[in-house]
Design a protein around this ligand. Structure first.
Ligand code: TRP
Length: 347
């Protein structure tokens, strides 16, 4: 009873992360995944893997399937609890594509043409090389959000314009067809900690960095992760202190250390006063092994039992559909579609 009450008063958050790499890296974990894990306690959370969005650019089917599984397993291993949160794969919930179509039909062509991500992505190869799917990326994203009557959408700064469009579409629909959608707020999350490339600490850690040594892949051998820490680029001088300008390499290592242990940067500075860069690296390498090992083991365990992983994702999709189907039914009715008894039965 009490849990029902608190559930109703909790705000709903929703976010998604595309399955575009063979493993999450440390920057993804510290910058984003961990925030999701923490938010589960305070919010009614919906998290999903937008695989429909992943096919808006060039893709390989076998790769997509593999990556979707890995990302799902890594999120669960990292602490997304499929009982607490609703966690699912977008293509398992057909209402996303269905609502997206309805939204496409109330979105202006010019309005969609002004999306800066589309413009950026098509700048090099030209709009003719892009697909209609890429053009409609933002309306599919709006559907993701509006289906669940979402209050808050924690996303990075790069998604701000997509959120603005989502709010506009929600208001437009509500005005024209009657109140149907919660108008969501963007909560632009300043990454709790930005992690930089270990070989080039002026660039963000990414999956496309120049050197493989620049990033720590969460699925790689913990020994390799330790080696990457030990071979990280450091700065001139010997003092261990946080100074992003003068000492980007050491500062990055301190940020990682602090993020994984909960010790503050000043605490670490005190602890390493008079010590050498090498000491810091050896200790952090050890911290890294302790962090990566259980995460990797749990991910591999999930990956080795695909039936169990599928069951967890099916459970998530069912819970998602319970909400999404109600919203879509309202949308269809208000837009004037005749009720379909046969479709209602198939659900
Ligand atoms: N566009 C988001 C990104 O690239 C991913 C995404 C798809 C998303 N649908 C969403 C994020 C809905 C938040 C809410 O990061």
């Amino acid at each position: 009873m009490t849990s029902q009450i608190s559930q109703a008063t909790k705000k709903r958050i929703l976010s998604g992360a595309k399955p575009t790499a063979d493993s999450l890296h440390l920057g993804n974990y510290i910058g984003a995944v961990r925030n999701w894990v923490d938010m589960q306690a305070e919010y009614d959370a919906v998290f999903f893997i937008p695989d429909l969005h992943a096919i808006t650019v060039d893709f390989d089917p076998a790769e997509l399937a593999k990556r979707t599984r890995i990302v799902a397993a890594q999120y669960i291993a990292a602490g997304i609890d499929p009982d607490k949160s609703i966690f699912f794969v977008q293509s398992h919930v057909p209402e996303h594509a269905q609502l997206a179509w309805a939204l496409n039909c109330i979105t202006g062509f010019g309005e969609a043409s002004r999306m800066t991500q589309f413009k950026d992505k098509t700048q090099k190869s030209g709009a003719d090389a892009a697909t209609l799917g890429l053009f409609a990326y933002p309306t599919l994203m709006a559907a993701d959000i509006l289906l669940y009557q979402t209050d808050l959408v924690p996303v990075g700064e790069d998604q701000r314009q997509h959120l603005e469009l989502t709010r506009n579409l929600a208001q437009r629909f509500n005005t024209r067809f009657g109140h149907t959608f919660t108008v969501p707020e963007a909560t632009i999350v300043k990454e709790s900690a930005k992690i930089y490339d270990l070989q080039n600490p002026s660039a963000k850690m990414s999956k496309t960095g120049e050197s493989p040594n620049g990033a720590i892949q969460l699925l790689e051998d913990p020994k390799v992760a330790a080696k990457r820490i030990k071979s990280a680029v450091t700065d001139a001088g010997t003092e261990i202190r946080f100074d992003a300008e003068e000492k980007p390499g050491i500062s990055n290592l301190l940020t990682i250390y602090s993020s994984l242990t909960g010790k503050t940067i000043p605490e670490l500075e005190t602890e390493y006063q008079g010590k050498m860069y090498g000491h810091l690296k050896v200790d952090l390498a050890e911290v890294m092994v302790e962090f990566v090992t259980p995460l990797r083991d749990r991910t591999n365990e999930l990956m080795s039992d695909p039936a169990e992983l599928d069951r967890l994702l099916a459970h998530g999709a069912e819970r998602a559909r319970e909400i999404a189907s109600v919203t879509l039914a309202q949308v269809y009715e208000r837009m004037g579609f005749l009720p379909s008894l046969s479709l209602a039965g198939v659900r």
